[in-house]
Design a protein around this ligand. Sequence first.
Ligand code: PGA
Length: 248
Amino acid sequence: MARIKFIAGNWKMNTTKAVAVELAKGVAKGAPDGVQAGVAVPFVYIDAVGQAIAGSKVLLGAQDAYFEKPGAFTGEISVDMLKDLGVKFCLTGHSERRHVIGESPELISKKAHAIYGAGLILVHCIGEKLEQRDGNKTLEVCKAQLHELSSKMDDPDRLVVAYEPVWAIGTGRTATDAQAQEVHAFIRAELGRMFSTDYAARVRIQYGGSMKPDNAKGLMSQPDVDGGLIGGAALKADQFLAIVNAGK
Ligand code: PGA
């Protein structure tokens, strides 16, 4: 079954409002048919970016959300607030939230269920650290992080898994096409065991970690690589659009 490739820019804690709006307009103007492009924007610029891409094919996204309903949670942002601004997808489990901010698997799982439960597309990020890869723990780590999801997430079109080896994020060191495909195939097989093979066949599995215009085509030609989650190269519209076009 054909899966439409989904390429999302993860802007992380970058841009100013003016830069964000300019970047978003550039992406919206150049976004091609036949592939889904999205931008995961810092909270404070979501509203402005949403207006800048209104009416375009680009999906508006957030990088995080808190799992509780609105209430006394100083500093947090709820899924309802994101929906109110037109957000369509939201990340969870990004390695920077796991390993820099220190989010636990339990918290990530709660956030994942809140995002999915609100009707948004969930982009659940998983991936091993370098010492885990060197210790042959890659599949074990990915499996544990996949099990932060559950069969409550019954619509495969609203679940996206992003495989992002931590050693490849922001380092310029990309997984080879074969390394990515090996883990993506494992992820799909594990989703098949958790849900069903029909379900797993519909889930998009993105690759992330130093994906650039020059390696995007090779990675996305792999049978189980259904797009990308792009950090550094998503901060320039022309570079990001080159990657998006490589997914056509
Ligand atoms: P990178 O980041 O493309 O800069 O490696 C990817 C990510 O963290 O999502």
